[in-house]
Write a protein that binds this ligand. Sequence first.
Ligand code: PMP
Length: 287
Amino acid sequence: MSRIAYVNGRYRPHRDAAVHIEDRGYQFADGVYEVCEVRDGHLVDEPRHMARLNRSLSELDIRSPMPAGALSFVLRETARRNRVHDGLVYVQVTRGVAPRDHAFPGGEVAPAVVVTAKPINRQIGEANAETGFKVVTVPDNRWDRVDIKSVSLLPNVMAKQAAKLKGANEAWYVDADGFVTEGSSTNAWIVDGEGRLITRSAEHGILRGITRAVVFDLARRDGLEIVERAFTVDEAKQAREAFVTAASTVVMPVVQIDETPIGNGAPGSIATELREKFHTMVHLGTN
Ligand code: PMP
């Protein structure tokens, strides 16, 4: 089946879908994005993803490309046209197409929008969760507005590649004081000896993950304690469990950090249980 992409008002065959060479996303990484899980044909937690998209846009003074209802329709329609039952929808909004100049173009320049959707094989995700992720640590070399989901992802690309070259699945960023901030595309968590979930506060240095927020809701419902504080790499290596969260991985156990196995080197029971319960807590759209 041929794939379809939405590009600036049109649904195009994926192989021909293109943006202009002077799109500011291409020239300056001057844009933002969201990734939303599709599960059983429904967008998972769309309202929270759209709220974060709007916040990212407003922090960068990029105007909203279209009314919320229209964008919501485009996301669903792109998923539908690609027959995505389980997968991911990606939406990117840039400041638009204008002659190259660092300063913003005039207000008449419309933001540019791209939406794509792709299926993912649920069995592969579950198989990964049974094995668990290996993580390497890298210095956090990003700017300090990582709360904005910007398409400027070069440090994230470099970190993920460093992980891949070492046979790992994810890289955890470490700040100048030795504390873990987050993963290159995930939020980072550990579980201490008392079964408390520990994750860095979203006040500074991380993206406020939607999956992270759902784990907070799950923990509240199931009586698990969450402590929002920074933890060091050494503390993580001695933790009972570790895991990462993201729309693309849901809750994914971490079994190794650098060369150190976590716990008994197998996925932890709390992470595994959170993964199993995750979709009982999420908001599923009605498409
Ligand atoms: N941190 C970073 C740097 C990310 O790119 C992502 C994935 N978007 C996350 C955390 C997890 O966020 P979410 O749960 O909203 O996917």
